[in-house]
Ligand binder design. Structure first.
Ligand code: HEC
Length: 156
């Protein structure tokens, strides 16, 4: 398990800069980790994750596949940052949300609406199982009912 954890973290460490480079303006200076200055508390990372969870849902509903792929990657980056900085987060629970995120990227690639809804449900279940495991089960995540992002168009 420990070796697996180390392997996982090495993998995400090497992948993180690659992912950041996908947006040229967001490429960090080479001497520091992209997420470092923005990290703050785990609850603050989670608040960002919560916003992205809402966005992802409405982006998928609008079938904006490029944006869905983009946002799923950003959410994955958030979880990687959380796992790197909060080492007590169980890696199994991180993987439980990473899998559906990868499937959301796959859904975007295939423009597959039903894969997107299935993966989104799995993602939400993954949020809640870590909250239960982490003794914050009272933070219960559900399918978003409305979007606070009235300033961004999800239409293609
Ligand atoms: C690997 C574990 C883990 C996963 C996966 C996870 N969370 Fe969390 N989350 C936590 C922990 C632990 C806290 C409590 C942090 C604290 O209070 O310091 C938390 C707190 C939160 C909070 C409360 C933040 C606040 O300030 O009110 C929200 C909202 C949240 N998570 C949303 C999500 C969403 C949405 C997902 C899935 C897309 C998710 N979380 C997945 C572990 C996880």
């Amino acid at each position: 398990m420990k070796r697996f954890l180390t392997g996982f973290l090495i993998a995400v460490f090497t992948l993180a800069p690659v992912m950041a480079e996908q947006v040229p303006f967001a490429t960090p200076p080479s001497d520091r980790n992209p997420s470092e200055p923005a990290v703050g508390t785990l609850a603050n990372i989670m608040a960002t994750i919560q916003l992205r969870h809402i966005k992802l849902w409405f982006i998928g509903k609008a079938k904006n596949w490029d944006l869905l792929n983009y946002e799923a990657k950003k959410l994955e980056d958030d979880f990687i940052a959380a796992a790197l900085f909060y080492r007590n987060l169980p890696i199994d629970n991180v993987l439980l949300v990473d899998k559906p995120l990868k499937r959301l990227m796959e859904a975007a690639k295939k423009k597959d609406y039903s894969l997107y809804t299935k993966a989104f449900d799995e993602l939400t279940a993954g949020c809640n199982s870590c909250h239960v495991a982490g003794q914050v089960g009272y933070i219960h995540i559900q399918l978003p009912k409305s979007s606070p992002f009235s300033d961004q168009s999800y239409e293609r």
